[in-house]
Ligand binder design. Structure first.
Ligand SMILES: [Zn+2]
Length: 167
């Protein structure tokens, strides 16, 4: 147990993982974004739906921004668990902008997930389609409150179905 209490184990079924991957690669070199819906039961959180949302950022290669009209449809959705976005050519770690904007969402989310596509050079020289799958990964972060009450992220424990590389 962490100092923040018991945090859930996250499960992203392979079908949802695949949707995240396909959306992220389809929107490459722009950032993909969307909401993650599901349910938490007895310490296990299952994401069973990904809803892609428009990236309204003026610089979609470097940032993501939700369209207010779309976001209001989901921000109080009873099954809203998380927010997803992709990093087209950076590791799946929150950027400074991600952290700066976290307070906008933090109170509504349990999971902040970031997908990482392979570096551009790799993607453009794919020997075969499956190479893209091998290079895509997701890191999840629990959205918590630090002792001062500010929103913060700590790495989430992901169940083997997502953490394992698919062969
Ligand atoms: Zn980011």
């Amino acid at each position: 147990m962490s100092m923040y209490g018991k945090l859930p184990t996250w499960i992203i079924p392979p079908s949802v993982f695949k949707e995240l991957e396909l959306d992220s690669l389809a929107r490459y070199p722009q950032e993909a974004c969307g909401v993650l819906l599901g349910e938490i039961k007895a310490g296990t959180a299952v994401i069973n739906e990904y809803v892609p949302l428009h990236n309204a950022s003026g610089q979609p290669e470097r940032h993501f921004a939700l369209e207010p009209k779309e976001w209001v449809r989901y921000c109080y959705h009873p099954r809203l668990l998380g927010l997803y976005h992709s990093h087209p050519s950076a590791p799946p770690q929150p950027s400074r902008t991600d952290l700066a904007e976290l307070p906008l969402f933090a109170g509504l989310l349990h999971l902040y997930a970031i997908g990482s596509c392979c570096p551009k050079a790799t993607l453009e020289n794919l020997p075969e389609p499956s190479a893209s799958a091998a290079a895509f990964m997701i890191q999840g972060y629990n959205v918590i409150r630090d002792p001062q009450g500010a929103a913060a992220l700590i790495e989430a424990e992901l169940a083997p179905s997502i953490a394992e590389k698919r062969s």
